[in-house]
Ligand binder design. Structure first.
Ligand SMILES: CC(C)(COP(=O)(O)OP(=O)(O)OC[C@H]1O[C@@H](n2cnc3c(N)ncnc32)[C@H](O)[C@@H]1OP(=O)(O)O)[C@@H](O)C(=O)NCCC(=O)NCCS
Length: 135
């Protein structure tokens, strides 16, 4: 296995298939994608999990973390998260945050992320903002 930097366009298929299969393909193509850092987790050359990071000032938002269904539950997204948290620390950032699907809250809490209880809905999905702060 390996984690590699990937192009924005390489994230779109997994984003669509895993997260928003009922939306048009363009729905997962973000205007901001060209400003992001995108990482992929590969198993024998096959891209199986993705995450996209957007840095502004001393904060990083990660978005669209997704693992192909048949590769879920093996610790792959956890490794990707550890990887980007390390990257944020190396860059001396103070905060990493995400809009988490509320049903995934406990997954992020395992990484010490805290629920800010800022809740909102988009496309029929409820989200809460989760954050990890460094002093
Ligand atoms: C959320 C998501 C990205 C997690 O990806 P994943 O690769 O399955 O993540 P992990 O395997 O690291 O962790 C998943 C679960 O397996 C557990 N796990 C971790 N390592 C494990 C291992 N080696 N063996 C078995 N289970 C393991 C984790 O503790 C976690 O448990 P939880 O869901 O009860 O918290 C994935 O389910 C997904 O793509 N979902 C659809 C899209 C989505 O909802 N994205 C997040 C939006 S907020």
């Amino acid at each position: 296995m390996s984690i590699k930097r990937i192009k924005p366009s390489e994230t779109w298929q997994i984003r669509h298939d895993v997260m928003w299969p009922d939306q048009p393909f363009e729905f997962v193509q973000l205007e901001e994608d060209n400003d992001g850092l995108h990482f992929g987790y590969f198993v024998e050359e096959k891209l199986v999990s993705i995450v996209s990071c957007f840095i502004e000032g001393d904060e990083m938002q990660f978005r669209k973390l997704a693992t192909l269904n048949e590769y879920q539950g093996k610790g792959i997204a956890s490794e990707l998260l550890e990887y980007i948290f390390k990257l944020a620390k190396e860059k001396d950032l103070k905060k990493v945050w995400c809009n988490a699907r509320t049903e995934k809250k406990s997954f992020y809490e395992k990484f010490n992320m805290k629920d800010t209880h800022k809740i909102f809905s988009k496309a029929g999905q409820e989200f809460t903002i989760m954050e990890l702060l460094w002093q």
